[in-house]
Design a protein around this ligand. Structure first.
Ligand SMILES: [Fe+2]
Ligand SMILES: [Fe+2]
Length: 499
């Protein structure tokens, strides 16, 4: 810093404005590294002023690029984009500078989840690096284009870009970029089910990261290797690698890597039928994803968050369906209950979080039936009172099964009380009136509707109209607003009775 400071003073005295602007900009970066925010901004702005006064647009653009970088790191995406755009308008005549600016604009677009815009910026960045004959720059641009193409499932493009990037990284001896190319390309191979190539790529990447000692990169390599083991039916190896990935990424403090590895391990547990453990992990991943700082991770965090939520819903849906398969009469029950319930919830004006709670609760509302003996669950004909007492245990057993799992959505009231009735005649706790949470009532009412409109061993399915007439007789079971919302959401539709 002292060197740059003397340079600035000397340059000013001798009217060497280019040296002065350059030194100011480098000083700004040093201040930034020392977390001296104001000094960093002040130096960058002075650099811009000196360059502007001398009419040097490229140096002015360089100064603004640095300002944009500061804004990007502090999370102000709009200010960052504006600084980069201004810099581009000013210093765009320099291919070197515009290559870096387009790259930065691509990063901003990526963080904002605008993948199309990101792709365009990275493409323009590549062209500019090519015009400047800047090989290392081209390698980075190819790599970024590969990542974006993979995110948009454009696999052939991704293949091509990663190969190009790797070829240059090899020629320039950039070991880390080689490793990243191998690793990120391996993820494309996984998506395309080219497992041998995926494994060899991820192993090469791991070897390179080992050599470099970059722990976080190693964590990502373990995650991909674990995924390949899982997809090729080697669960024990998969579990070991994925656990290593979680451990390493948590040690390095990378929330995104930890969340992604947790999601992959959850998928493994699901395949192994370890549904409870899978859910525990997905909840961890869910919490981690909501802690992720998009500006630090500089990637498509919101897209990944959405994928996690999809995984989550798919897992609970599968688990719910695993109960149905042992009870052929109720096949598809959970899915239908979920669809109906979400419509009723929407009619009641419940928000997104409450609707997701209801969907997850619907998938799992009967999970306790896993403990009901087969003969009772599938009994042809009516149940004896004793057998019915066993069935009545399923809300409690459901709560017990899920006791160790901390859900991001509070589904326990749904599981425990979906058979409670407004008039106190339900089970297991004989709650009355408003003691029954509205979410449990919603599941309760559509549960009855679905039971009536599907065939049972002791009676055929009722038509939609018959079911509604039957439910009108039972009005005291539900509070008025829930019954009304049900009638408006489901009752007015004409639905063919399910087979
Ligand atoms: Fe139930
Ligand atoms: Fe049910």
């Amino acid at each position: 810093m002292q060197g740059y400071q003397s340079a600035i003073v000397e340059a000013e005295r001798h009217n060497k404005w280019a040296v002065q602007a350059e030194a100011l900009r480098r000083l700004a970066v040093l201040h930034h590294h020392r977390n001296e925010r104001e000094a960093a901004h002040a130096a960058a702005h002075r650099s811009f002023e000196v360059a502007s006064a001398a009419g040097d647009d490229v140096l002015g653009g360089e100064a603004l690029n640095v300002v944009g970088g500061f804004e990007l790191e502090s999370g102000d995406l709009l200010a960052a984009a504006m600084a980069f755009q201004r810099a581009l308008a000013l210093g765009g005549s320099s291919p070197e500078l515009s290559a870096r600016l387009e790259q930065n604009l691509g990063i901003v677009a990526n963080v904002r989840g605008d993948l199309d815009a990101a792709l365009e910026h990275y493409q323009r960045s590549l062209q500019a690096y090519q015009a400047a004959r800047n090989e290392p720059g081209c390698a980075i641009a190819f790599h970024n284009l590969g990542m974006i193409s993979a995110d948009r499932s454009r696999w052939d493009d991704a293949d091509h870009y990663f190969e190009q990037s790797l070829a240059i990284a090899r020629a320039t001896g950039d070991l880390r970029l080689q490793g990243l190319c191998f690793l990120n390309h391996a993820e494309v191979h996984v998506a395309k089910q080219r497992f041998e190539q995926a494994m060899s790529g991820a192993e090469s990447a791991l070897a390179m990261f080992d050599q470099l000692g970059t722990l976080l990169d190693k964590a990502d390599a373990y995650r991909v290797i674990g995924t390949v083991y899982r997809e090729t039916g080697r669960p024990a190896l998969a579990e070991a690698r994925l656990k290593a990935a979680i451990e390493l990424s948590s040690r390095t403090g990378s929330v995104l890597s930890e969340a992604e590895a947790s999601r992959e391990l959850a998928l493994l547990y699901q395949v192994m039928g370890r549904n409870q453990e899978a859910l525990v992990l997905l909840n961890t991943a869910y919490r981690l994803f909501h802690r992720i700082d998009a500006r630090v991770e500089l990637g498509d965090v919101s897209g990944r968050r959405a994928r996690l939520e999809e995984t989550y819903l798919a897992l609970v849906r599968d688990w719910g369906q695993s109960i149905e398969s042992s009870d052929s009469y109720t096949f598809g029950h959970c899915e239908r209950v979920a669809e109906y319930a979400v419509q009723v919830a929407a009619m009641l004006g419940l928000d997104d979080h409450e609707r997701t709670t209801i969907r997850v609760g619907a998938y799992l509302h009967d999970v306790g039936k896993i403990r009901v003996p087969h003969e009772i669950l599938n009994k042809p004909g009516r149940l004896t009172p004793e057998e019915f007492d066993v069935i009545k245990m399923h809300p409690i057993w459901g709560i017990e099964l899920l006791a160790a799992i901390e859900f991001p959505w509070d589904i326990r009231p749904i599981i425990r009380w979906h058979h409670e009735k407004q008039d106190g005649t339900g089970y297991p706790d004989r709650l009355r009136g408003d003691e029954i949470p509205v979410a449990a009532q919603i599941i309760g009412i559509v549960d009855v509707y679905d039971a009536l409109t599907t065939t049972r061993s002791y009676r055929p399915a009722m038509t939609h109209e018959q079911a509604l007439a039957e439910m009108r007789q039972c009005r005291p079971w539900w509070r008025a607003e829930v019954y009304d919302a049900f009638v408006r959401a489901i009752g007015t539709r004409t639905i063919a009775a399910a087979a």
